[in-house]
Ligand binder design. Structure first.
Ligand code: AHG
Ligand code: MN
Ligand code: MN
Length: 340
C-alpha cells in the first residue's frame, strides 16, 4: 500500500494529464465543488447544534438567518460554482427551473446538476446524509445554458460523484476512468485518496428497499424480495435487509459490500420516487464504472431519455448478478401481465 498522500486536487490533475488536450477547466470545476462540499460538511457536522448556536430569533451566531440545511447546501454549491467561468448553467433538486450563471460572470462549457442534500429527512436523527452531483458538457452553442443542456441522457455524463457525511466524510467520484474514494481529514481540511479504483462485488448478500411499500409493490418485486428471504444454502440465501433511507448511504454500502438497492415503481409511486437527473444517473455512472449495473426495470438507467428536469425513475442498482436476478423476476411479471 503506497503511503503517498494524494489529495483529490492532485488526483484530478493527474487524471486530467492522462487526457490529452485537457484544458484544466474541468479540474477547476471539481476543485470549486470540493470547496463547497467542505463548507456543507462544516454545517452538517454541527446540524444538531443549530438550535443551540442559533439564537431564539432563528439566527446563528453570525447573525445569519438559520436556514434549512438543504437550502443552505443548495445556496452554498450555487455560490461556489457561479463565478468560475466553467459552467454555462446548473440545475438542482431544490429549484424548479434551471439555475443561470449571473450575467456579469463568463459562461463555460460544462453543466452541473446536483442534489445538494440527499436524505434530508434523516438530519434531525443524526443519520448519514449526502450530496450527489453530475457533470456534462453543454450541448447549446454559447451564452446562457438551457434546459436541454440539463436534460441530456446519462451516458453523456463526463463526471459524477457523491459525498456521504457519515462517521467519516467521504467523496466518491468517477470521470469515466474508474471510481475513486477520498476521505476528509478534518485536521487539514483535505480529501485524501483512501479507496482507489473501487470495484463492486459481482454479487452481494444485502438487499436495500423500503419494505413499508410492500402493499404497493408489483408481484415481480414481491416475488424477488421473498426469493432473497428464503433459506437456500446452495444459493447462499437468505440475504440481509438494510435500509437507511438516505440514497447516498444505502448506495455507498451497496457499492462497497455488494448487493442491490431498489426503489421500484409501485401503485403509490408509479414512476418510482428517485429523480433521474441528479440521483439515478450519477449513481448509475458510478456503479457501471465499478463493474455493477443500474436499470429502471426495462432499460439501462444511462440510456433513459429525459423528458423533464425533475422526472422520477424506478431504480434497481448494485451488483451485476443481483440486478440481473431482479430483472428476471420483473420480466416474468411482465410476461404474465402480457399473457392475460
Ligand atoms: P432527498 O432527501 O434528496 O429528497 O432524497 C430522499 C430520497 C433518498 O435519499 C432515499 O433513498 C429516499 O428518499 C427514501 O424514500 P422513502 O422514505 O420513501 O423510503
Ligand atoms: Mn435525494
Ligand atoms: Mn435532496
Amino acid at each position: 500500500m503506497s503511503n503517498k498522500v494524494i489529495t483529490i486536487e492532485r488526483h484530478i490533475i493527474e487524471g486530467e494529464r492522462r487526457h490529452p488536450g485537457a484544458t484544466g477547466n474541468f479540474s477547476a470545476v471539481l476543485r470549486d465543488l470540493t470547496l463547497a462540499i467542505k463548507v456543507i460538511w462544516r454545517e452538517v457536522s454541527k446540524a444538531g447544534l443549530v438550535n443551540i448556536l442559533g439564537s431564539a430569533g432563528k439566527e446563528n451566531i453570525h447573525g445569519d438567518a438559520v436556514k434549512k440545511l438543504d437550502v443552505f447546501s443548495d445556496e452554498t454549491i450555487y455560490r461556489a460554482m457561479d463565478h468560475g467561468g466553467h459552467l454555462c448553467v446548473m440545475a438542482s433538486e431544490e429549484n424548479e427551473d434551471v439555475l443561470h450563471i449571473p450575467d456579469n460572470y463568463p459562461k463555460g462549457k460544462y453543466v452541473l446538476l446536483y442534489d445538494p442534500l440527499d436524505g434530508s429527512s434523516n438530519i434531525d436523527a443524526n443519520v448519514t446524509i449526502g450530496t450527489i452531483f453530475s457533470i456534462y458538457r453543454r450541448v447549446s452553442s454559447s451564452g446562457k445554458g438551457t434546459v436541454a443542456d440539463c436534460t441530456q441522457p446519462g451516458y453523456k455524463q463526463i463526471a459524477a460523484g457523491y459525498v456521504v457525511y457519515g462517521p467519516s466524510t467521504m467523496l466518491v467520484y468517477t470521470t469515466g476512468d474508474g471510481v475513486h474514494g477520498f476521505t476528509l481529514d478534518p485536521s487539514i481540511g483535505e480529501f485524501l485518496l483512501s479507496h482507489e479504483n473501487i470495484r463492486i462485488p459481482k454479487r452481494g448478500k444485502i438487499y436495500s428497499v423500503n419494505e413499508g411499500n410492500y402493499a404497493y409493490w408489483g408481484t415481480g418485486v414481491k416475488k424477488y424480495i421473498k426469493h432473497l428471504q428464503e433459506e437456500d444454502k446452495a444459493t447462499d440465501r437468505p440475504y440481509s435487509g438494510r435500509y437507511i433511507g438516505s440514497l447516498v448511504a444505502d448506495f455507498h454500502r451497496t457499492l462497497l459490500y455488494g448487493g442491490i438497492f431498489l426503489y421500484p415503481d409501485d401503485s403509490k409511486h408509479p414512476d418510482g420516487k428517485l429523480r433521474l437527473m441528479y440521483e439515478a444517473n450519477p449513481l448509475a455512472f458510478i456503479v457501471e464504472q465499478a463493474g455493477g449495473r443500474a436499470t429502471n426495470g426495462t432499460r439501462r438507467i444511462l440510456d433513459v431519455a429525459p423528458v423533464k428536469l425533475h422526472q422520477k425513475v424506478p431504480l434497481f442498482i448494485g451488483s451485476e448478478e443481483d440486478v440481473l436476478m431482479c430483472e428476471q423476476f420483473l420480466h416474468q411479471e411482465k410476461e404474465v401481465l402480457a399473457a392475460v
